[in-house]
Design a protein around this ligand. Structure first.
Ligand code: GLN
Length: 196
């Protein structure tokens, strides 16, 4: 199973290492040819405006949208969650416009307000999941097809809509593999649904 990590900017290497640790093959994706080889795609954290512009410049944006609409599993962490959103409450334009979530950028304040916490996410893990927030967004509202996986203080920080997964925090910056394993389960379920 090949899991692509969009490698234009941001926390790429950390996701690639986690993907290898959970037993799949990571592939850095910068071109359409590389994107064709992947079974799934991770949109890493970084700076969403920059990654959004680069996705267009590298001619990847339309192809990511097309593959995601066809059912390719896509997981956005932090800036990646902003890229997935259909609605960004404190900004006019959106990027991939795929997931029915209302995201607020830099929702916890400035860089100094970055923080670490942990909590149970029953759908994803039997234990508690450490969560690293770095100038993180949160989700203020979700559409009817979106399943909330985790909330902090009434704000959604992890959610899933079919083949789309979004986390406001960075599992790749911890030692906890549970979200990467969960993403592999989504990919496996998707492939078996295609075979059936
Ligand atoms: N603040 C960044 C943005 O709005 C996201 C931060 C991150 O990915 N760690 O794009």
């Amino acid at each position: 199973m090949i899991v692509g990590v969009l490698a234009l900017q941001g926390a790429v290497r950390e996701h690639m290492q986690m993907i290898a640790r959970v037993g799949a093959t990571p592939l850095a994706v910068k071109t359409r040819d590389e994107l064709k080889k992947t079974d799934a795609l991770i949109l890493p954290g970084g700076e969403s405006t920059t990654i959004g512009k680069l996705m267009t410049e590298f001619n990847l944006k339309d192809e990511i949208i097309r593959r995601a609409k066809e059912g390719m599993p896509v997981w956005g962490t932090c800036a990646g969650m902003i890229l997935l959103a259909k609605h960004i409450v404190n900004q006019e334009n959106t990027h991939l416009d795929l997931m029915d979530i209302w995201v607020r950028r830099n929702a916890y304040g400035s860089q100094l307000d970055s923080f670490i916490t942990s909590q149970e996410v029953p759908e994803v893990s039997d234990g508690t999941v450490p969560m690293v927030f770095i100038r993180a967004p949160y989700v203020e509202k979700v559409g009817p097809d979106v399943k909330i996986l985790s909330e902090i203080g009434g704000k959604v920080v992890a959610a899933r809509q079919g083949n789309l997964l979004a986390t406001a925090f960075h599992p790749e910056l911890t030692e906890d593999l549970s979200f990467h394993k969960y993403f592999l389960r989504i990919i496996e379920d998707k492939s078996s649904a295609c075979e059936a």
